[in-house]
Design a protein around this ligand. Structure first.
Ligand SMILES: [Fe+2]
Length: 311
């Protein structure tokens, strides 16, 4: 990386400190009884995982960006099991008969790990998800028709490469999914996001599965040492933040204001308002000259939070 690139990268990430003077730091959560979005459901054999890691590392370069409206360019996918058998077909679709892609067919250890954990015929989709350092998958809810079904598949993660700065965030908690377990996300219809504050790729196998696990812990659980509780802030601080974002927008720093507000989802519990609404409100406070941006953000709110794609 050249010095110029390094400077750009640093500048690019400075929005992560937006409004940090107004926000306390997260605390290690000792009581997580109110949080049930993410659980550890099954063990992963460490020796097998080590081989899987090598296989995954060998193919991850073929992962390509998808779902581009939801992230900032560092989220890439490669399909291992899907309805078509094509590894570049990474858009989630219901399939009654998952086929291994040409990529998985050359990954015997990964196939063994999937077979050990899941009934292969009940896998709707298995993908490698590569999340590069500095990346953000902004606050959103997954609300495809499939998620609304009663027999919706459940999202499972098997981390192969990760570090503590890579976290899944929902409902005011940050969870680092560590290697060694199969993790399950119980409600992706609730707003969630992912951010990566570390320095190396986070790579997970991401499996949408409709069935019973073949190996499982006696009880699903969540080790509190992987969880941080986000501090809550009140309406007055949210108003101050909205005003600050509006001032930045007027100064021509729209991207910084938007990214800064978006990053709040990973740093603070906002008590019911979404980061997209705060951005919309900041534009709305600037008067009629900005009404096109208010419209744009109302569309984004519908897309991110209600799964509605509007023309
Ligand atoms: Fe999601």
């Amino acid at each position: 990386m050249s010095a110029r690139e390094a400077r750009i990268t640093i500048a690019d990430q400075s929005y992560r400190n937006f409004a940090s003077d107004l926000i306390p730091l997260p605390s290690l959560a000792t009581d997580i009884t109110g949080y049930g979005d993410v659980v550890q459901v099954a063990p992963v054999d460490p020796a097998l995982l080590a081989v899987v890691k090598g296989e995954v590392g060998g193919v991850v370069g073929r992962a390509k960006s998808n779902y581009d409206k939801y992230h900032d360019g560092r989220w890439k996918l490669l399909a291992l099991v899907n309805g078509s058998g094509d590894s570049q077909d990474t858009t989630l679709a219901d399939s009654t008969e998952g086929k291994p892609t040409e990529v998985l067919q050359k990954m015997p250890a990964t196939t063994a790990l999937l077979e050990e954990t899941f009934a292969m015929s009940s896998i709707v989709s298995a993908r490698i998800a590569r999340f590069q350092p500095g990346g953000n998958l902004w606050e959103h809810a997954d609300l495809t028709p499939m998620e609304k079904q009663e027999t919706r598949p459940l999202r499972h993660h098997i981390p192969t490469h990760t570090e503590p700065g890579a976290v899944f965030v929902s409902n005011g908690y940050r969870v680092h999914m560590a290697p060694g377990s199969v993790w399950r996300i119980d409600d992706i219809g609730r707003a969630h996001g992912v951010t990566h504050e570390g320095t190396r790729d986070r790579i997970h196998l991401m499996v949408d599965y409709r069935g019973d696990l073949r190996t499982a812990y006696d009880q699903p659980h969540l080790d509190p040492s992987y969880v941080q509780r986000l501090p809550e802030i009140g309406k007055d601080i949210i108003q101050t933040i909205t005003n600050r974002a509006a001032n930045l927008i007027e100064d021509g720093q729209e991207a910084f204001a938007e990214n800064g507000v978006h990053s709040l989802f990973f740093r603070v519990a906002l008590g019911g308002i979404s980061t997209h609404e705060i951005i919309r409100d900041a534009y709305a406070s600037l008067g009629l000259n900005w009404s096109h941006k208010v419209d744009e953000w109302n569309d984004k709110i519908a897309l991110y939070m209600q799964g509605v794609e509007r023309a």
